[in-house]
Design a protein. Structure first.
Length: 736
């Protein structure tokens, strides 16, 4: 205090004098007067060095500048009452409802709290739109009193009350509550900017006690930015204020207006970040008691825990069991998948009867009933149900196809069919394998023939050679890049997954997963998928799959059956504290989270593309005025080989703009306008499928405030395979 004594903060009164530093750079103590005192309740507080109890938004002088207490870290240095720096040795978080006290100091706005040099120019800074719910008991006159501390919003609230009596009679009332001041300051600005932005904010003064001729002086101050500006303007007029060079971190802007004996202080908080550009990252690991999930340090992380043993095959088998259609491969898929489900998962199921008579033609099998025999479906009949058909007739068909073959693909496919029927064709396989310039497809069929006839050593050599030459990794997927279109990729990948499964190679699952996550146009996939799944099930030991996790001192046990998955979404604190135990079976963990993306080093995928332009009234431009409504256009395109499924398109609006969704109310042309499924700050997100007929996403934005702003890249990213993404060029916009 001014007399050198100390006083509990809850006992301080208006008019008391305290001692504070003349400035953070000086050790001279000066006297200052307490102008206002405050008492309010908060949900949680920080305890610093075991004795300073303070909320996260207050300012301490740390490491040579004012920081909010939420930014303080152990090891930082604070300024004490003697003008000396001391170390922060502990920062503890406490929850629950607590009463805290504060006060403002004339002119300097600083004081010492438990030996810490703090800054608190109290103004209107609590702006929330939360509802209050309470219950009271009335007196005999039907009246009751409720005390509610309102935030600093100058707005209209609505009070709604419902009452019920002891004899079950009810009543209802609603009335407005107007919150206003005779003089107040308003500032138009955003809550977040990018490092490198040069924003201008709009400040103005309003109030029923002002006239158009009233002179207003406004002081704009920010200790964290080193900003101090004074302006004079007339009431109801706007003034632009340049915030200057921004520094990364959390900032507060104090805007104090005065007109005559009236004053108002507005405190606006905002943060400056390096980038908003984030992309989904996925990490897959086998779950163990030592697992520490990888995820985001400042946002939520999604955890998906799955059965990696027998249960992982149930979902694709269930899909195959309900394959629609009457082609040969579709009938095979339905019946055989049902038989596998019966033997491995549910013995109560009754598989559909398989009758291929209508598909038999000339010893071989046709794709459609009563049509000509086709070599490819015939080979899959031999591979899947060769013991249930006329083997002699089918073998003669394959020998005939081999002898008449005009290309190695046909010859190799014929030999694969013959090997599935246990025909003595090893010498023919070896002779064809020795030929030069075999196509990748012929090499795959020959390797399948080798493994079927028992020559697994040569089959393994062929498989590894093909994987080395043609395989591509894509998140959890692997595909074989053979041919020039998506169908060719899928055909080769499906056959290679079968080969890998028959050989017991670890890539079988990732190859199969690619074929399950993508659709072909004119290629048969269900038959090789069945070969793969049947082989993998044969190599998998059935075992129960369960695990336990402990979070917030609570242990929960989960059991996964028939391909079930379990999902958690965790905060950074929970992600750090979660542990796993009692793991039974083969359990997998996939974590997905948003991570910063550097456009300079991003491994973009050329199979998708995105661009962006801004326009005003049909004219493409990056220069706007405050009254403009800006149309943002995002042209997108997909190559035929791109990943199937939904893609997230995320545009990052410059800090001087905000998205507009009320298109009709503004009289805007709504033709071909898209509506985002999510708006999160400056991030505007849409979902578009690969089969999207249009080629451009359009939406509108309005101006928040003037200045020069960065325009970060827009992102298109597959939700099925996050590594498939691309970026638009970055740029800049100017608002004058």
């Amino acid at each position: 205090m001014g007399n050198g004594a100390t006083k509990r903060i809850e006992d301080i009164k208006v008019g008391d004098r305290i001692k504070t530093l003349e400035s953070p750079k000086s050790t001279k103590l000066v006297s200052a007067k307490v102008t206002q005192v405050f008492e309010h309740q908060v949900a949680g507080y920080l305890l610093i060095n075991g004795h300073l109890r303070v909320t996260g938004e207050h300012n301490l002088y740390i490491n040579g500048r004012f920081l909010t207490t939420s930014e303080v870290r152990v090891g930082d240095s604070y300024l004490d009452s003697h003008g000396r720096y001391k170390k922060i040795i502990s920062v503890e978080n406490y929850s629950g409802l607590n009463t805290v006290y504060n006060f403002t100091v004339d002119k300097l706005s600083t004081y010492f709290a438990d030996g810490f040099y703090v800054h608190n120019e109290k103004g209107r800074e609590l702006f929330v739109d939360n509802a209050f719910f309470g219950s009271v008991r009335t007196g005999g006159d039907g009246r009751a009193t409720v005390d509610v501390k309102l935030p600093d919003n100058l707005t209209s609230w609505r009070i709604t009350s419902q009452a019920i009596t002891g004899d079950i009679k009810a009543g209802f009332s609603s009335s407005p509550l107007l919150v206003k001041q005779p003089f107040f300051i308003d500032a138009v600005m955003n809550t977040e900017y990018l490092l490198g932005d040069h924003p201008q904010i709009l400040v103005r003064a309003y109030g029923e006690n002002l006239s158009k001729e009233s002179q207003v002086t406004i002081k704009i101050k920010s200790d964290t930015l080193g900003l101090s500006k004074d302006i004079t303007l007339k009431a109801f007029e706007s003034a632009k204020v340049d915030l200057g060079s921004l520094t990364e971190g959390n900032h507060k802007l104090s805007i104090t207006g005065q007109s005559g004996n009236m004053s108002d202080t507005l405190i606006r908080s905002f943060k400056v970040i390096k980038s908003r550009l984030l992309a989904v990252t996925s990490v897959n690991v086998a779950l163990s008691p030592d697992t520490k999930p990888q995820g985001s340090a400042n946002a939520s992380t999604s955890l998906i825990i799955s059965d990696l043993s027998l249960g992982r095959f149930f979902p694709p088998l269930a899909n195959l069991a309900y394959t629609w259609g009457d082609r040969l491969d579709q009938r095979l898929a339905r019946t055989l998948s049902q038989e596998i489900i019966k033997s491995s998962f549910d013995d109560s199921i009754i598989p559909e009867k398989l009758d291929l008579t209508a598909f038999q033609a000339g010893g071989g099998y046709a794709l459609f009933p009563y049509s000509s025999a086709d070599l490819e479906p015939s080979t899959f009949v031999a591979a899947l149900v060769g013991d249930k058909v006329d083997q002699d007739g089918l073998a003669n068909y394959f020998f005939r196809q081999f002898s008449e073959a005009k290309d190695p693909d046909t010859a190799a496919m014929s030999l694969f069919g013959l090997s599935c029927l246990d025909q003595p064709v090893l010498l023919l396989i070896d002779n064809l394998s020795d030929e030069k310039d075999l196509t990748p497809l012929a090499r795959i069929y020959l390797a399948l023939a080798q493994v079927k006839i028992g020559d697994t050593e040569k089959a393994l050599q062929s498989y590894r050679s093909l994987i080395s030459e043609y395989s591509q990794k894509q998140d959890n997927f692997m595909y074989v890049k053979v041919g020039s279109d998506k169908d060719s990729y899928l055909q080769a990948t499906a056959l290679m997954s079968s080969l890998a499964a028959l050989l017991g190679e670890g890539d079988a699952d990732s190859l199969l997963a690619y074929t399950l996550a993508n659709s072909g146009k004119d290629v048969l996939l269900v038959s090789p998928q069945l070969i793969t799944i049947a082989a993998l099930i044969g190599n998998t030991k059935p075992e129960p799959v369960s695990f336990a996790y402990t979070l917030n001192d609570k242990k929960i046990t989960k059991r996964l059956e028939n391909g079930q998955v379990f999902k958690l979404i965790l905060s950074p604190i929970d992600l750090e504290s979660i542990t796993f135990s009692d793991i039974s079976g083969n359990v997998g963990l996939t974590t997905s989270y948003l991570a910063p993306l550097d456009p300079q080093t991003a491994a973009v995928d050329p199979s998708v593309s995105i661009n962006r332009n801004y326009s005003v009234k049909g004219k493409v431009t990056n220069n706007f005025t405050p009254s403009d409504l800006i149309k943002i256009s995002l042209p997108i395109s997909f190559k035929e080989v791109s990943q199937d499924g939904c893609y997230q398109v995320s545009d990052l609006l410059p800090s001087g703009l905000k998205p507009v969704t009320a298109v009709f109310s503004l009289g805007l042309d709504s033709t071909n306008i898209w509506y985002p499924y999510e708006i999160n700050g400056q991030k505007v997100s849409f979902c578009v499928g690969k089969d999207h007929k249009g080629n451009t996403i359009n939406y509108y934005a309005r101006v928040v405030s003037g200045g020069d702003y960065q325009s970060e890249s827009a992102l298109i990213q597959s939700l099925i395979s996050p590594s498939v993404y691309n970026l638009s060029p970055a740029g800049a916009v100017s608002i004058k």
